[in-house]
Design a protein around this ligand. Structure first.
Ligand code: SF4
Length: 463
């Protein structure tokens, strides 16, 4: 489904100089690759200067043995990016490295600011020069231009910026992890061999053999330096953890703020089966986004589940433009129906969400062309009616099918035999968190803060 991820972060503060620190970050970034596939980078500090390497593409495409060999030090931060402000180009790849009064700073950002445009205007009027079209550089500029100590500059910056930001900041002698006061995006701390690790999701710890210690709290600044680890809680506001981290964004084997992503998706499927029961022969997931909810639906409805759609795992990104004939095949490039399994059956097709409806319509048609007697679509989240401004690219509001169609009209457009969405109450029940601690604005339009006008992704390119 075409919701686009935002970014993933990984940082290490090692107790000793570590020759293989960049290599460890590199492997950790593999575990976070689902959070962004457009560009990636690693910056390393040896306590004197910062070196970095970044590029466009997947982690596996960007770093060579020599690149990693060249990045030695005591601290490192890594980033995988999907662009939510600014286009996908090398200058926008992160970590960004900037100069400030005490040397260099590297910054890696997951999220999206809602007041970056105004802040950048102010900074430019006061002589700041920008080299990227990202909102992350606004954060870097605010911190770098302050004459205060680094921690005081971070606090001052947090008082000015609004929106979603999980951040890693690295100076020559400090690694700083920051989570915005709403806690939109996750960020957690682990450790291995006396070193500290910070990551967007704890799955990265499993990959590099680190142990989970704790989540970073909304509004918390955690500093790692020669004195060990210290925490500063400076700004508090209503927690608004993004519900889409559970619905789609995070890996199912992650645990966010003590809640298992796998369990929430399974429960969402189970509640969906209760809310929208149907007489059918086979539950089929749209791989991989619908997999876990489909298991929950099947376990609860006692309708057997089968792999009716096989995903081509290698088509993900291609720079070769397909010919018109191949383009017309649409979703067939990615998914192939298992005709023998589908033929003559009443299918329950489970996915996590519908954004524009084009892909889902093509899948329903593909199943019917493969002999399905009926196709009942079940969606393990409520209809998406509003855009996201906090680091997930859910398309503009007018592109969202549910912003201008009711459920019955969407069913007709999809040519499905029935269509059922999980209710908002059902979604919250599945997450097992208080509603007041979640952002559910893309289903309700009730944003946790004032939002800018639409279409801000390329705002700085248009200037
Ligand atoms: S608007 Fe939607 S996608 Fe964006 S942070 Fe809120 S719940 Fe998440």
């Amino acid at each position: 489904m075409p919701i686009k991820e935002a970014c993933g972060l990984l940082g290490i503060y090692s107790s000793q100089p570590d020759e293989s620190i960049a290599r460890t970050v590199y492997y950790g970034l593999f575990a976070l690759q689902h959070r962004g596939q457009e560009s990636a980078g690693i910056a390393v500090s040896d306590t004197r200067s910062i070196k970095y390497h970044k590029g466009i593409g997947l982690v596996s495409e960007i770093f060579s043995e020599e690149d990693l060999e060249d990045l030695k030090g005591k601290m490192a931060i890594g980033h995988v990016r999907y662009s939510t402000t600014g286009s996908n180009c090398l200058s926008n790849a992160q970590p960004l490295v900037v100069k400030y009064h005490s040397g260099e700073l590297a910054i890696a950002h997951n999220g999206n600011l809602v007041n970056a445009y105004e802040l950048r205007n102010d900074l430019e009027e006061n002589g700041a020069m920008f080299h990227t079209t990202t909102d992350s550089e606004v954060i870097a500029a605010l911190i770098a231009r302050s004459r205060k100590s680094l921690i005081e500059a971070v606090i001052e910056c947090m008082e000015k910026i609004r929106g979603a930001y999980s951040l890693l900041l690295m100076s020559k002698d400090k690694l700083i992890a920051i989570r915005d006061s709403n806690g939109f995006r996750p960020l957690c701390i682990g450790s291995y061999n006396g070193s500290y690790v910070v990551a967007s999701e704890n799955v990265a710890f499993d990959t590099i053999g680190a142990e989970f210690l704790r989540d970073i709290e909304p509004g918390e600044i955690v500093v790692f330096d020669e004195n060990g680890i210290s925490s500063h809680k400076v700004i508090t506001s209503r927690k608004s953890l993004c519900v889409f981290e559970f619905v789609y964004f995070a890996r199912p084997d992650s645990v966010i703020d003590k809640v298992s992503v796998y369990q929430t998706r399974w429960k969402a499927g189970a509640i969906l089966a209760r809310e929208h029961p149907v007489d059918a022969d086979l539950v089929v997931a749209v791989p991989d986004s619908g997999n876990v909810a489909a298991i929950g639906f099947s376990d609860t409805s006692h309708i057997p589940m089968g792999m009716g759609l096989i995903k081509n795992r290698y088509i993900g990104r291609t720079f070769i433009q397909p010919s018109q004939r191949i383009r017309n095949l649409g979703v067939r490039l990615k998914l192939n129906p298992l005709k023998d399994l589908i033929n003559g059956k009443r299918i329950v097709l489970v996915d996590d969400s519908i954004v524009r409806g084009t892909t889902m319509g093509q899948i329903v048609k593909m199943l019917k062309d493969s002999g399905a007697k009926q196709v009942h679509v079940r969606i393990s989240s409520p209809p998406i009616t509003h855009s996201c401004y906090f680091g997930i690219d859910t398309s503009t509001r007018r592109e969202l099918i549910a912003s201008c169609h009711d459920v019955e009209s969407i069913r007709k457009l999809l040519d499905a035999d029935s269509l059922g969405y999980l209710s908002i109450d059902g979604l919250i029940e599945s997450i097992d968190m208080k509603e007041k601690d979640l952002c559910i604005a893309c289903f309700t339009g009730e944003y946790p803060m004032q939002i800018p006008r639409e279409g801000r992704k390329y705002l700085f390119e248009k200037r």
